[in-house]
Ligand binder design. Structure first.
Ligand SMILES: [Cu+2]
Length: 164
């Protein structure tokens, strides 16, 4: 595998990402500190739903991560094949893996989303990586990401920016 090489693309962000991708939050059930835009659930006519999308604050030019749950309510399975965002130079699907005692990220290429299934993007786990933000993201802002699926469907999601 060339994952190590590919991951070097965002190696410059690794120190930052130990915060951006890590974090101490386990699970996402606590929403008591809701500051508005973070807890939205959007179900579209395509049968794809985005639950509780949110993004970590970051400065312009830096990397950050977006978290949410993607659900497929259709009878047919699908596969997530890509993500894009106007808010960053590049967007990517990453997973977090432990290498010894070090948390590293590597790209995910294609994630199955079966009928009735969900993909949970979360701190310490799979996440949407936004590389080199065009503008700073501060709490209260939103950033849009669009997910592309093998079926040709896509899902645009607006994530609220908040601290974990
Ligand atoms: Cu990442």
């Amino acid at each position: 595998m060339t994952s190590r090489t590919i991951c070097a693309a965002c190696a410059s962000g690794l120190l930052l990402l130990s915060g951006a991708c890590g974090g101490s939050e386990q699970g996402s059930s606590q929403e008591s500190a809701d500051d508005g835009a973070a807890t939205v659930s959007v179900t579209t006519a395509t049968g794809l739903a985005a639950v509780e999308p949110w993004a970590r604050p970051a400065d312009a030019g830096k990397n950050t991560a977006v978290y949410l749950q993607l659900e497929n309510t259709l009878p047919d399975g699908d596969s997530l094949i890509g993500v894009r965002s106007e808010g960053a130079e590049r967007a990517a699907l990453h997973e977090s893996v432990m290498e010894g005692a070090t948390m590293r990220m590597r790209p995910m290429i294609g994630v199955a989303l079966p009928s009735g299934g969900r993909i949970a993007f979360r701190p310490m786990g799979p996440h949407v990586m936004l590389l080199r933000l065009r503008d700073p993201l501060v709490p209260g802002d939103t950033v849009e990401v669009t997910f592309d699926f093998a079926s040709g469907r896509s899902l645009a999601v607006r994530a609220g920016v908040r601290t974990p």
